[in-house]
Design a binder for this molecule. Structure first.
Ligand SMILES: NC(=O)c1ccc[n+]([C@@H]2O[C@H](COP(=O)([O-])OP(=O)(O)OC[C@H]3O[C@@H](n4cnc5c(N)ncnc54)[C@H](OP(=O)(O)O)[C@@H]3O)[C@@H](O)[C@H]2O)c1
Length: 275
């Protein structure tokens, strides 16, 4: 197994869920981690916890939709730990509803956070990677970015956009030591559904299989160790992507039956997300 100690990773959306689990797992392997997200209190707790366990960590309060914040995340990694090897563009949120029920302001915000956040994170990292002729970009997409599911069309589109960007970059850097990976988790137990409820008044449940953040984080650590173009942390989910190409109409009926359903209806949506 190749050693990860002395490597440095910057991770967006690291105050909870998949991003935080990736930070913990990478820190355990000796990687110095720089955590980015909006909730300073959460970030401070995470940094203390990682340092108490013997890891190296730092954090910056950032909003991935701001170009300057992404540049600052990269600068923090270099200033604090002297290098940058991995950038994980993970921050994101979801929305459930028919197209007519999805307010355009929420759709724009979702594209800003999920896609533009990834674009800006990659844009901030690539000059460093090009200069050192190595580096690893990891985008946390979703299985719904490979195969859209009913009533999450807006969200699925943002995740497919990440996937398209990853494929293009990957082919640009093919044969070099700059790696690009797209990760496709299935429904994962995180604050994703709470965030949806907190900010938009509803949540959803996946009716199909679920996985833990530990499953996703282990898969991400594995691909940092041995870079791969695509990572499907739930072993069988790759089959859905293949099935969708081979038999799209059959897959439409299948995902309609086993897709996600709305859980609760609460307060009115807040197009800005929380602050
Ligand atoms: N949970 C699932 O079922 C699932 C499945 C497939 C893919 N994913 C993807 O996994 C990624 C992580 O989601 P999660 O499930 O771990 O949910 P989560 O626990 O809600 O984590 C989302 C993270 O994104 C951060 N974030 C949100 N908006 C941000 C912004 N504008 N700027 C900076 N940080 C922001 C949040 O931190 P702050 O609120 O502190 O900013 C939080 O750390 C997302 O891209 C999601 O689409 C999730």
């Amino acid at each position: 197994m190749s050693s990860l100690s002395n490597r440095v990773a910057a991770i967006t959306g690291a105050s909870s869920g998949i991003g935080l689990a990736c930070a913990r797992h990478l820190a355990r392997e000796g990687v110095a981690v720089v955590l980015g997200a909006r909730r300073r209190d959460r970030l401070d707790i995470a940094v203390r916890e990682i340092e108490t366990s013997g890891g190296r960590a730092s954090a910056i309060e950032m909003d991935v939709t701001r170009e300057a914040d992404n540049v600052q995340l990269i600068a923090e990694a270099q200033a604090r730990f002297g290098r940058l090897d991995v950038v994980i563009c993970n921050a994101g949120f979801g929305y459930y509803g028919t197209l007519e029920d999805t307010p355009p302001d929420i759709m724009r915000r979702m594209m800003e956070v999920n896609y533009m956040g990834t674009f800006l994170g990659a844009r901030a990292a690539l000059p460093v990677f090009r200069a050192q002729r190595s580096g690893h970009l990891i985008f946390v997409s979703s299985i719904v970015g490979r195969r859209g599911i009913p009533f999450m069309g807006g969200y699925s589109a943002t995740k497919a956009a990440q996937s398209g960007l990853a494929e293009s970059l990957r082919s640009e850097f093919a044969g070099t030591a700059i790696h690009v990976t797209c990760v496709y988790p299935i429904s994962t137990r995180t604050e994703f559904h709470e965030a949806m409820e907190r900010d938009y008044g509803h949540s959803v449940s996946g009716l199909g299989p679920k996985q833990s953040v530990e499953d996703v984080a282990r898969a991400v650590v594995g691909c940092v160790r041995h870079p791969r173009p695509e990572v499907y942390p739930h072993a069988t989910s790759r089959a859905l992507a293949v099935l969708s190409i081979m038999a799209p109409a059959f897959t439409d009926r299948m995902v309609r039956k086993y897709g996600r359903r709305r859980d609760t209806v609460g307060h009115a949506p807040r197009p800005d997300g929380h602050t």
